[in-house]
Design a protein around this ligand. Structure first.
Ligand code: NAI
Ligand SMILES: NCC(=O)COP(=O)(O)O
Length: 333
């Protein structure tokens, strides 16, 4: 059995304390074994803050499964992290990026079964020169660097009642119409259909495709993209044998009855996809990256600097992400 690799995320956010909480509940929740790519001093400080007895085991990934029952395994980063809950800083960028990169290397070299990422804040990383919008795009870059094969990483938010995929992701709203092409919708749809089949065991996934404009364009009166870009993409997906349909007016496709009609909603921009799923199940939803040669999950929430270090953050979404990574890794193995 391979352990999961958890990257520590932003040390000033809630990630480190959630990891300690998840480890403390490992037996009660039968969690798969994991290790943290992180800083032992920081994790020890969060355990003290939480009043959790969490002895650490500094170990390579190969020692993680044996240690996990009694100690929290830590693969120690070369870069140190500051211990200032709620106060993000670009000085932590090197350690945050090192953790993600090492988690990918460990997984691609079969020392870890899958990656779970604790949240990062984008701005302090950008301030330190990081050129990727978020994990999703960075993971695509790392995959391509290791395999030499171009990757299109696809973000999927998976909750108990709804899965959504933003076709355009970390982009300013005004850039969305010009970025949205039939080719991107088709490539995303292919990856989603393929991964839902191969990884999630859905034999014939149903893809509901959202329109971009109000009322999916109202026949062109409220925008052309629905007719000129999205409808042709749906035809192409259907020609490939994928059960895709739409474009659907986005305002009426997420209510409980409508959700029964599909396995995943392809949405045209970030908030169209993330608002419904986080509204329905903020604590249980997981962010999964599709289209990569490895499995990566993450909680749906961010760094929550406003509550970091206060012992009030809920570990539910991280726990769900750990569970899903464990079960996807088991299916893949
Ligand atoms: N996977 C990732 O790395 C993600 C990173 N982010 C980043 O996080 C930063 C902060 O983003 P926000 O929009 O403020 O979203 P956020 O999810 O960090 O916080 C939104 C609200 O939810 C609360 N909250 C979040 N997680 C919680 C938890 N586990 N338990 C209890 N309350 C919780 C926070 O206290 C806050 O009031 C941004 O820089 C963003 O880029 C956001 C989403 C995902
Ligand atoms: N809102 C989702 C988000 O920002 C997560 O992005 P990523 O870091 O997983 O790419």
């Amino acid at each position: 059995m391979l352990p999961l690799a958890i990257s520590i995320g932003d040390p000033s956010g809630i990630g480190p304390e959630l990891i300690v909480q998840a480890w403390a509940q490992r037996k009660a929740l039968s969690l798969p074994p994991f290790y943290v790519l992180g800083d032992p001093a920081l994790l020890a400080a969060r355990a003290r803050m939480l009043g959790i007895d969490a002895p650490l085991a500094e170990t390579a990934p190969q020692g993680a499964v044996a240690a996990f029952g009694e100690r929290l395994p830590v693969s120690v980063l070369e870069n140190r992290l500051t211990d200032e809950p709620g106060i993000p800083s670009p000085v932590n960028a090197a350690g945050i990026i090192e953790a993600i990169s090492k988690a990918v290397k460990d997984t691609m070299s079969a020392h870890a079964g899958a990656i779970v990422t604790a949240p990062i804040a984008k701005k302090p990383l950008y301030d330190a020169g990081f050129r990727f919008p978020g994990h999703t795009e960075f993971l695509g870059h790392l995959a391509e660097e290791i395999t030499g094969v171009p990757a299109l990483p696809v973000m999927m938010l998976a909750g108990p009642e709804l899965r959504t995929v933003p076709v355009t992701v970390h982009q300013a709203l005004r850039e969305v119409p010009e970025t949205l092409t039939s080719a991107i919708v088709v490539e995303t749809g292919k990856i989603v259909a393929g991964d839902l089949k191969a990884r999630f065991g859905i034999a014939a996934p149903r893809l509901a495709i959202a329109g971009l404009n109000p009322h999916a364009g109202e026949g062109g009166a409220m925008g052309q993209e629905d007719m000129d870009v999205i409808a042709p993409a749906i035809e192409m997906l259907r020609a490939l044998g994928i059960n895709a349909f739409g474009p659907l007016p986005a305002d009426t496709m997420f209510h409980a009855r409508a959700r029964q009609g599909y396995d995943v909603a392809l949405c045209m921009y970030h908030d169209q996809a993330l608002i419904p799923v986080k509204t329905i199940a903020f604590d249980e939803t997981i962010n999964v990256t599709l289209g990569l040669p490895f499995i990566r999950t993450s909680p749906d929430h961010g760094t929550a600097f406003d509550i970091a270090g206060k012992a009030i953050a809920r570990p539910d979404s991280l726990v769900a992400a750990i569970r899903l990574a464990g079960s996807l890794a088991k299916n893949a193995g």
